[in-house]
Design a protein around this ligand. Structure first.
Ligand code: SF4
Length: 444
């Protein structure tokens, strides 16, 4: 098995033009979406361990999987073997897969060894994979059993990163949902009002954004995931949640079920998107528009100046976004509205119309959206359109480059600090660079 996960429904792709599902209150007008199912070319949810283990250094991610899973996670994270990484793989061997060995007993033994050797681990995530699903290893029950065995020493949680169930960024959605039941409850009351930023951000970017929220007058700002897995923020009726990442549908709904209120906003990519994101939070906390302008306008001015040289490269260029990380729609909005790019097609693995409502409303009229993937059909459309730039998964970049198209790896966007007004110039530069390189190679 390669690092690309295949859809279980891989063999029978259908291409159908359908209208959007039932419109939600407050949603923009329905947009025609090309729905596709078939062979996919995306990383599985294990990939998100790469950024989650950096975010929470007191947590450990134990993949219960095969050697393939171990290779994926090892090569994606690039951690050297002597570096005591905070993730590992409990490898299911042939005897486990054939049902000849008791995988639960082996898992218990492995976890006991791990905890004895690594006393700093406070939260242990058992991460399911395709092989653990195939042999129906019940990791929820395993987590319960291990919690009893190691009570007071470590908290054991589980979620699935399997390529059968998840793509790429959905791994973070699963990990955060596993944390939600542990979040303390708060009751309503102004003293408990807090802003909860949801989704992993680079630490420096998060510090900067929190400082800006404080400056706007929002005193209590917390984050999920927190920097220490044991310091989970409280959640309750006074909590207003602001999504920093667009792929956290399950997490957002679970937090709303715990009493939090969702702030509806575009995502914090680009100058205008980030401003709107911060302004929406300010409005939710009753901050006056004048104060918002006073704090944010100088940043907006600076951000627009930083964007200008990149816009010269990007304006008028045709962009095709293949579905991969679920960042595609907000990025398409930024690249068209702020950088002047023309959108040929905007693909996304899943379309959550409620969480994307503000983004969809900002896309140029008539933008072609596609949800899901039928790789062959999508590549045929890419070849026919021959765009200037294709945003795609790692496995597709080289073949498309060989066919004369400039590409951008979507995984790079997940690892780069791209959120906020200050990062808008760097974000645009990530798209301008492959175009410059492509032009240089073409003229060489
Ligand atoms: S979880 Fe599945 S898709 Fe991901 S590396 Fe393991 S076997 Fe491959």
């Amino acid at each position: 098995m390669s690092t690309a996960a295949s859809s279980p429904a891989a063999s029978t792709g259908v291409l159908s033009q359908e209208n959007a599902p039932q419109q939600q209150l407050g949603d923009p007008a329905p947009t025609a979406v090309l729905r596709e199912s078939g062979q996919r070319e995306v990383f599985c949810g294990l990939t998100s361990i790469v950024w989650l283990h950096r975010r929470m250094p007191d947590a450990f991610f134990l993949v219960v999987g095969s050697r393939t899973c171990a290779h994926l996670i090892q090569s994606a994270a690039g951690v050297m073997i002597f570096a005591e990484p905070r993730f590992g793989t409990a490898i299911l061997g042939e005897r486990d897969l054939a049902g000849l060995a008791d995988a639960n007993e082996e898992l218990d033994r492995l976890v006991a060894q791990l905890l004895a050797r690594r006393p700093e681990i406070r939260t242990l995530f058992l991460v399911g994979s395709c092989p653990s699903e195939v042999i129906k290893l019940d990791l929820a029950k395993a987590a319960e059993r291990l919690n009893r065995a190691h009570a007071g020493r470590v908290m054991v949680l589980n979620y699935s990163g399997s390529g059968i169930e998840t793509t790429f960024t959905q791994g973070e959605d699963g990990a955060l949902q596993a944390l939600i039941p542990l979040m303390p409850r708060v009751e309503s009351g102004s003293e408990t009002d807090q802003l909860l930023i949801v989704g992993t951000l680079a630490d420096a970017v998060e510090d900067r954004l929190i400082a800006l929220f404080h400056k706007l007058g929002i005193a209590r700002v917390a984050s999920l995931p927190p920097r220490r897995s044991t310091e989970l923020p409280a959640v309750g009726p006074g909590t207003r949640l602001l999504l920093a990442q667009p792929y956290l549908s399950g997490t957002a709904r679970a937090l709303v079920d715990r009493g939090a209120a969702l702030i509806r906003a575009p995502y914090p990519f680009g100058v205008e998107g980030s401003r709107a994101w911060m302004a929406a939070a300010a409005t939710a906390f009753g901050v006056a528009p004048e104060r918002v302008a006073e704090v944010l306008d100088p940043l907006v001015e600076r951000g627009r100046r930083a964007l200008a040289p990149q816009r010269e490269v990007l304006a008028g260029k045709r962009l095709f976004l293949l579905p991969d990380s679920q960042l595609e729609i907000p990025l398409a909005r930024f690249l068209s509205l702020e950088c002047g790019m023309e959108l040929v097609e905007v693909g996304t693995p899943y379309l959550d119309r409620q969480l994307m409502a503000e983004e969809l409303a900002l896309l140029p009229a008539g933008t072609q959206l596609s949800e899901g993937q039928h790789l062959d059909n999508q590549l045929a459309r890419v070849r026919q359109a021959h765009p200037d730039l294709v945003l795609c998964g790692l496995g597709l970049a080289n073949p498309l480059e060989a066919e004369g198209m400039a590409t951008k790896w979507s995984i790079e966007l997940v690892f780069s600090p791209i959120h906020g007004i200050d990062q808008a110039g760097d974000l645009a530069e990530l798209f301008a660079r492959p175009l410059r390189r492509h032009r240089a190679i073409s003229f060489a």
